[in-house]
Design a protein around this ligand. Structure first.
Ligand code: GLA
Ligand code: ZN
Length: 680
């Protein structure tokens, strides 16, 4: 880890010199331009298998070594990828079992990428040989900073090998087929299994009606991917134990529970491609969604920075509308990444490929090949900014609040047949809670229901539909110990296999914690409306969902005012030992939720610092200093209050107030006052 810790912030990106091996002039120019752009790291080798091993067993690594040497001599480190993201044609020709089978049961043809079966012994053997040789060849290379396993792991394979592995996994998990039948309620529609080897994955034209099976398949896919990741990692670790390992995640990719994969990694990294400047939301909203994604990544390893592995300095080629980043956006997005805890800003890609699928994907160096382009200049400016922020490297974000956003729960909600398929919006709901905390100036982690809650003063766990074995107990312990917990409609409906709790929701002992149960759930048409009146007379708007609650100990904080459930509780609070458990039975408008969260935070003794509209605020810290990041996505200058210290981008000193212009950011260094003998 040491090489990655407390260095400067990393700046660079995916570099594919193998596309230009016949153009030494371009390779030379690349180095010159990288230095101009303040690049100190590149990612090499992603998708390079056919060059590294042009024929089975024939390896050519000399070109790579030469490039790495040259980069290193010019002050540029290498993140080295294993090439398992795409396969050479000879491999598919000789080992057709390595080709993935899709959800219709069709074996794929050779081509594209991510088209391999991760279970296939032949595939694992071939990538194992490759990784071992790569690690041996480069283990002592001074430029090697980090291993990057494969690329954007994803997808699922439905081949006979994967099916068999799934059945073995089920047997390990459930022990007996009777147990599985019970957990999945397979007697419904006569779906009982007699043996594990009868259980098929949920094929698109097969069994899709068993919620327990669908969820088990997702969990298995994650489990199998984690096993694959470990397979590559163990080979690298055996030969290069000192080199940390990552793989790049994709936003909130729904196919894999990243928190399980994260356990295999030394560093979290991810690829961020927001739809900036779109026509359906404000720039602020786009950027706060990106902040949420950063926070999800950061919260997987809270004790260390993460890496922004890919972003684009211009436009991507795969959005519906590939709009270029407006002037200043790139720098602002880079500072945002640092603000949320990233120690890098990297690009896909350094130089545009001349042909094929991504020939129009943005890059630092365009087909034009010039350095006086707007994008190159803005990249170079970003390089200067990151250099000015070098002391930020290694510092971390410490959050007082947490939003629980859980993959298992997400899958279960998505798959449940009920409510309104269109309006469930679990991701958006979690994101909104996160955004409201930020607007109150409360730094917030985004965690899973399996993480520890004990370090947080406030925990919001919206729509926690599925409770695992321990979740209810943990929530109770958290509140008993003095925590402020907020849950909402759709809490505690099912157990870990999606069987409904009997005797009222929220189940598994949570009725006692919240002092209530939910008798009915009303789903609104878009034009339906209801309101909640709070104790202070204020009103809140209800949309989409309203639970009808029966109280058994909770105090009502707000009641519905319309419809047949007028006068019944919509929002409640229940004192449970040293803490409070709040229940919000309806989906409420943002302003109302913000008022409630403010109250929770105040109850928990958290200082509220209202952030002006269109502004974003974060703090990173280490033993000696705090770094206050202040960003402005709006069109007016923002006045931030209570800012004291040296602004690192201008060198000016802030004494209380700081003005940040539209599309600009400030980073203020505050030195910590350490008491004598205090632990750093
Ligand atoms: C992903 C991949 C890259 C590239 C970019 C394009 O992040 O990792 O190889 O395809 O998308 O945006
Ligand atoms: Zn397979």
């Amino acid at each position: 880890m040491n090489k990655l810790r407390n260095r400067e912030l990393l700046h660079g990106g995916d570099y594919n010199p193998e596309q230009w091996l016949d153009r030494p002039d371009i390779l030379e120019e690349d180095i010159r331009l990288m230095k101009k752009a303040g690049v100190n790291v590149v990612t090499l080798g992603v998708f390079s298998w056919s060059i590294l091993e042009p024929k089975e067993g024939v390896y050519q690594f000399a070109w790579l070594e030469e490039i790495m040497d040259n980069l290193y001599q010019n002050g540029i480190h290498t993140i080295l990828a294993t090439p398992s993201g795409a396969k050479p044609v000879w491999l598919d020709e000789k080992y057709p079992e390595a080709l993935r089978v899709d959800e219709w049961g069709r074996r794929r043809h050779h081509g594209v990428r991510h088209n391999h079966c991760i279970t296939s012994p032949a595939f694992r053997k071939k990538i194992g040989e490759m990784d071992r040789l790569l690690a041996k060849r480069f283990k002592d290379h001074p430029g090697l900073l980090l291993w990057h396993i494969s690329n954007e792991l994803g997808g699922a394979c439905y081949c006979p090998l994967c099916q068999k592995r799934f059945q073995e996994y089920l047997e390990q998990t459930y022990g007996t087929i009777e147990h599985l039948n019970k957990a999945w309620w397979t007697v419904f529609w006569s779906h009982q299994y007699q043996r594990f080897d009868q259980v098929e994955p949920p094929f698109a034209n097969g069994e899709g009606s068993i919620m327990g099976l669908n969820l088990a398949w997702k969990r298995f896919t994650t489990w199998n991917m984690a096993d694959y990741l470990r397979w590559e990692k163990d080979i690298l670790k055996e030969i290069t134990p000192g080199i940390p390992v990552t793989t790049n995640f994709m936003k909130l990719y729904p196919g894999l529970d990243y928190r399980v994969l994260a356990k295999e990694l030394d560093v979290i990294s991810w690829d961020s491609y927001p739809r900036y400047h779109n026509d359906y939301e404000s720039l602020y909203d786009t950027c706060i969604e990106n902040a949420f994604d950063h926070a999800v990544m950061r919260s997987m390893k809270k004790d260390r920075p993460f890496l922004l592995m890919e972003s684009v300095p211009g436009a991507v080629n795969w959005h519906d509308y590939n709009k270029v980043k407006r002037p200043g956006m790139h720098k602002l997005a880079a500072i945002q990444a640092a603000a949320l805890g990233s120690d890098s800003v990297q690009y896909f890609q350094w130089r545009k490929s001349r042909g094929s699928f991504e020939q129009y994907h943005g890059a630092v160096v365009d087909h034009l090949g010039r350095e006086d382009t707007r994008i190159f200049q803005e990249t170079a400016e970003t390089g200067r900014v990151l250099a000015a922020l070098k002391d930020v490297a290694g510092s971390v974000v410490k959050a007082k609040a947490a939003v629980v956003f859980d993959w298992d729960n997400r899958w279960a909600i998505q798959d449940m047949k009920g409510l309104s398929q269109k309006k469930k919006e679990y991701e958006k709901t979690c994101m909104n809670f996160y955004k409201l905390f930020l607007e109150l100036g409360v730094e917030t982690d985004v965690i899973s229901r399996e993480d520890s809650f004990s370090t947080y003063d406030v925990v919001a766990a919206p729509m926690l539909y599925l409770l695992g074995e321990d979740t209810a107990r943990k929530l109770k312990e958290y509140v008993a110990g003095g925590g402020q917990l907020l849950c909402t409609y759709l809490t505690g409906y099912v157990d870990k296999d999606t069987l409904c709790y009997l005797g009222g929701f929220p189940g598994d002992g949570l009725k006692e914690l919240f002092g209530l149960y939910s008798e009915e759930m009303d789903t609104f048409y878009p034009s339906d409306k209801n309101q909640v009146r709070f104790l202070d007379g204020s009103l809140g708007e209800v949309r989409d969902f309203a639970e009808i609650l029966k109280l058994s100990g909770a105090e009502p904080v707000g009641v519905y005012i319309h419809d047949f459930y007028a006068g019944t509780a919509a929002v409640t609070r229940s004192q449970y030992e040293k803490g409070s458990a709040w229940y919000v039975g309806a989906r409420l408008d943002e302003g109302t939720m913000k008022r409630l969260l403010r109250e929770l935070c105040q109850e928990a003794g958290i200082t509220i610092r209202e952030i002006p509209g269109n502004g974003e605020y974060h703090v990173r810290e280490n033993g000696e200093a705090r770094f206050h990041f202040l960003l402005n996505y709006g069109e007016e200058t923002i006045k931030f209050q209570d800012v004291r210290g040296m602004e690192l981008l201008t060198g000016e000193v802030a004494e209380g107030e700081l003005l940040v212009k539209p599309m600009e950011a400030a980073v203020v260094l505050e030195k910590k006052q350490l008491a004598k003998g205090e632990d750093r």
